[in-house]
Design a protein around this ligand. Structure first.
Ligand code: ADP
Ligand code: MG
Length: 263
């Protein structure tokens, strides 16, 4: 295995480390080169997100939401501008360092659940810990704890094909949590789910957020965005709106009003 520097050895910008912002983006631009053409996907995005915020991102297709999420998740870098994640100036680091930061600090959930088919819920959840220097007992414990957090303790030995879409997405959330990340990033996590199951996923997000987890979620459904505490609207690579959600619903309350599958 290649040796990579510990996160503590990465440069921490003094001014940023004093602030409480988990995410600080300053005038971010992103260009994609497509042969002769350049796509200007982000056109000057600046934002701060504090610890324990729950932010929903909305906006038309092509407005730059996924580009922005990939940058927040250290999957890609800004072309110009800066991104500070917990005071670490991510924009200055190379791919190896980005991978290390990502594994330690970020949990991802996508629209497709991306679980390994012939692998149990517990083993799927364990996968991200394989890069961490912990023994197998600790690995197993962390994965079991993460599955319990999403209400799937009893399904640890089930395979994806034996689970509903909602249960598979919960395994994906457990997998995202297993390394105890600073931020959970979710790009359209309810895009493949029915209404009730979507609200169940939002209930899990609200519960995790109550415990202090910072969450950034992309959705094109207005009703889903209302479960967050703050909504950003992207348009043409810029943030056009940034509004708090005032007295948004609790997913657990909404669930009481929705029919279950058995009804
Ligand atoms: P959204 O997630 O809001 O639909 P994206 O961030 O995926 O928007 O895309 C923003 C713009 O960047 C679009 O014009 C899209 O076609 C372009 N784009 C996204 N990813 C790439 C890529 N890997 N290569 C080239 N262009 C891309
Ligand atoms: Mg997208």
């Amino acid at each position: 295995m290649e040796t990579i520097p510990a996160v503590s050895q990465l440069e921490v910008t003094p001014a940023a480390s004093e602030a409480s912002a988990v995410i600080r983006v300053e005038d971010a631009h992103k260009y994609y080169e497509l042969g002769e053409t350049r796509v200007h996907a982000l056109r000057g995005v600046s934002i701060e997100i504090q610890r324990a915020e729950f932010v929903a991102i909305m906006g038309a297709s092509g407005s730059g939401k996924s580009t922005f999420m990939n940058i927040l998740g250290c999957l890609d870098r800004v072309t110009s501008g800066r991104y500070l994640l917990e005071g670490i100036n991510v924009s200055e680091h190379d791919k190896k360092a980005l991978a290390l930061i990502r594994n330690a600090k970020i949990g991802f959930v996508f629209q497709g659940f991306n679980l390994l088919a012939r692998t149990t819920a517990l083993e799927n959840t364990e996968l991200p810990t394989l890069y961490a220097k912990i023994d197998n007992t600790e690995r197993r414990k962390r994965a079991s704890d993460a599955l319990a957090m999403v209400g799937l303790a009893e399904r640890a030995q089930h395979f994806p094909s034996q689970m509903s879409g909602g249960q598979q997405q919960r395994v994906a959330i457990a997998r995202a949590l297993v390394n105890r990340p600073s931020i959970l990033l979710a790009d359209e996590p309810t895009g493949n789910l029915d209404s009730r199951t979507s609200v169940e996923i939002m209930e899990i997000f609200q519960n995790l957020n109550d415990k202090g987890l910072t969450i950034v979620l992309v959705t094109h459904e207005h009703d889903i965005a209302q479960f967050a505490k703050r909504v950003l609207v992207f348009r043409d690579g810029r943030i056009r709106k940034d509004d708090p959600v005032l007295s948004g619903p609790r997913a657990s309350e909404v669930l009481k009003t929705l029919p279950t599958l058995e009804d």
